[in-house]
Design a protein around this ligand. Structure first.
Ligand code: UDP
Ligand code: UDP
Length: 421
């Protein structure tokens, strides 16, 4: 397949990510994978960005991939921007949440549109709000986030308005791999879980690209820690915990006595995250635990931390990017889901055997989880050899899927081949 590629003009692909690091990251990873397969790309981004990190990552990506074009998008200019490109576009890859807008323009201009889904296929197949999806283990009613019962909620409206565009897409590109979710992928691709489904195209786990080290906090401390000893605690790019919950988490880590690397966010949007560590945790906690762990504020290079030999477990909210990054590295997870698609993601992670869940820890941050409980769960994750072995196996299968001739590699090359025709 790859032999055909390169012998003719490369496909030119327009990329439309949506706001937030959870959306930008998979797009930049797909971009990097497409570039290494000789595609030509133009990235359309919104300006200004919601998060400061989005600008940093976009600029970094563009500076390391100068062959990539970049355009600040404006909804009224989409038509002329897309129709006047030279060479003309072979395809558009657009975020799920932009599907309804892009589908219309794409169909006017007869450019194939692929939707990039940034969540799990299990979540995708529940977007029609069916609880019993034929071909799938029924989803418990409690795993449907409360916001989906409110038709006026922004996210519910977003899904309902974008869902019809799904059937017009040429395919849905998704960050997962066959081995991880065989049942769900078989059900969606056989048409049992979504009506009129375009092909679901699992190309994951998306490959992280090299990030310049001096842009992020360096953590030399990790290099001096024993192998697989560190519990890495992070809740993604935009989940802020209450001050009380932060204190209980601190208590849980201290009681357990584990080594830890904890990234704290006290505000949703990074530009507003100004509260100091002493204020959040108290100076005595930081003093008492200084031989055991470090707490950092701000952005870290998560892909590097997960790849570090000292990291042995991951307490995370189960954002889909983080879950796939953990899968890639064979890293055991404690899935402490907070809101949105995370409950379904956490169930997928548990079913695959990559992590343990915390189903009785509330939902939409409704309960305060006590330190004793957190202490116990950390033990369950870190001392569980069966879990560690299974997570390692997940990592091996992820590498196989992405490697030459693997299931995800074949899917990506298949898409590029179609665009070359
Ligand atoms: N991330 C990171 N450093 C941080 C916080 C997050 O590199 O300090 C990355 C993480 O590796 C992932 C993305 O940001 O790729 C977050 O996406 P995810 O879907 O896990 O969660 P969200 O932030 O959307 O809730
Ligand atoms: N969602 C979906 N398919 C996707 C992306 C999102 O069904 O490809 C759903 C998901 O269930 C989530 C909601 O849309 O709860 C909002 O998603 P988004 O990632 O935009 O939320 P955010 O992470 O920005 O809060």
């Amino acid at each position: 397949m790859a032999d055909n590629i390169g012998s003719q003009a490369p496909p030119h692909i327009a990329l439309f990510p949506s706001a937030g690091m959870g959306h930008l990251t998979p797009f930049l990873r797909i971009a990097s994978m497409l570039l290494s397969n000789n595609c030509m790309l133009t990235l359309f981004t919104a300006h200004p960005t919601v998060f400061a990190t989005e600008s940093t990552y976009t600029s970094l990506f563009l500076s390391t991939h100068p062959q990539h074009k970049h355009i600040n998008r404006h909804v009224y200019l989409l038509h002329p921007l897309l129709s006047s490109a030279s060479p003309s576009f072979s395809a558009i890859f657009s975020d799920f949440s932009l599907a309804s807008t892009i589908t219309q323009v794409a169909s006017d201009l007869a450019i194939p549109n692929y939707i990039v889904s940034t969540t799990s296929p299990a979540k995708l197949s529940s977007s029609s709000f069916e609880v019993n999806i034929p071909g799938l283990t029924p989803l418990s009613i409690s795993s449907i986030p409360p916001l989906f019962f409110d038709p006026n909620h922004l996210f519910t409206a977003l899904i309902v308005s974008n869902a019809p565009a799904f059937s017009e897409a040429k395919g849905i590109i998704i960050n997962t791999f066959d081995w991880f979710e065989p049942e769900t992928l078989a059900a969606v691709n056989s048409g049992r879980a979504l009506s009129n489904p375009p092909p679901i195209l699992p190309v994951g786990p998306l490959e992280p690209y090299e990030l310049s080290k001096d842009q992020f906090q360096s953590l030399p401390w990790l290099d001096n820690q024993p192998e697989e000893s560190i519990v890495y605690v992070s809740f993604g790019s935009r989940t802020a915990m209450s001050k009380d919950q932060i204190r209980e988490l601190a208590d849980g880590l201290e009681r357990n006595g584990c080594r830890f690397l904890w990234v704290i966010k006290s505000s949703k949007v990074d530009k507003e995250d100004n509260q100091g560590l002493e204020d959040l945790l108290g100076s005595s906690f930081l003093k008492r635990t200084r031989n055991k762990g470090i707490v950092v504020k701000g952005w870290v290079n998560q892909q590097e931390i997960l790849a570090h030999p000292a990291t042995g477990g991951f307490i995370n909210h189960c954002g889909w990017n983080s879950a796939m990054e953990a899968a890639s590295r064979g890293m055991p997870l404690l899935a402490w889901r907070q809101y949105g698609d995370q409950r379904v993601n956490a169930e997928v992670v548990e079913n695959a055997g990559l992590g343990i869940g915390a189903r009785d820890w509330g939902w939409d941050v409704e309960l305060l989880v006590k330190g004793e409980e957190i202490e116990r769960k950390i033990g369950e994750m870190m001392k569980n050899e069966k879990l560690r072995d299974r997570a390692r196996k997940v990592g091996e299968e992820a590498r196989k899927a992405r490697g030459t001739g693997g299931s995800s590699d074949k899917v990506l090359l298949g898409v590029i081949e179609v665009l070359n025709l």
